[in-house]
Design a protein around this ligand. Structure first.
Ligand SMILES: [Cu+2]
Length: 156
């Protein structure tokens, strides 16, 4: 493959990522999704990571989702902080407020079932999802696809 074709492919990939960022920003206020796209050609390997952040905060926390559940299982943040979950497993995981299946414990309306604290879909392996907590309290949540996996966010 010659160099010109490789550059055209790279430009197309960047344009597609730009479109996906536009749609994720316009359709998911308050949520942050991270999309990682890897394109390989015989002449060039392009790895692009695009992150859209809806809220900037000095605090917050990152929680890994693995086959054995959330890690760490409990975190403490301040009101206004953003918590990010990243799926480190090889199957999808869905973070949502307790209690399965009503998801209504976290008292902020919105979302898709019973609370705004809900990813509203399974996160693919490697994907992350963020939520900003503004309600003070101790909030239990779970994995909607593996409901026995639970965790706690303490908001001070
Ligand atoms: Cu559930």
């Amino acid at each position: 493959m010659n160099k010109q074709v490789t550059w055209v492919l790279a430009i197309v990939v960047v344009a597609l990522i730009g479109l996906s960022v536009y749609y994720s920003q316009s359709g998911n206020q308050g949520y942050t999704y991270t999309t990682t796209t890897t394109t390989q050609t015989s002449a060039l390997t392009t790895t692009t990571t695009t992150t859209t952040t809806s809220t900037t905060s000095t605090g917050g926390a990152t929680i890994e989702i693995t086959a054995s559940g959330f890690s760490p299982k409990a975190v403490t943040v301040k009101s206004g902080d953003t918590v990010t979950w990243i799926n480190k497993d090889s199957v999808a995981h869905w973070t949502a407020s307790a209690v399965h299946p009503t998801h209504a414990v976290y008292p902020e309306p919105g979302g898709c079932i019973g609370s705004k604290f809900d990813a509203c879909r399974g996160l693919a392996p490697g994907e992350s999802w963020s939520f900003t907590f503004t309600k003070i309290g101790s909030w239990i949540y779970h994995d909607h696809l593996f409901p026995s996996n639970t965790g706690t966010i303490v908001v001070q």
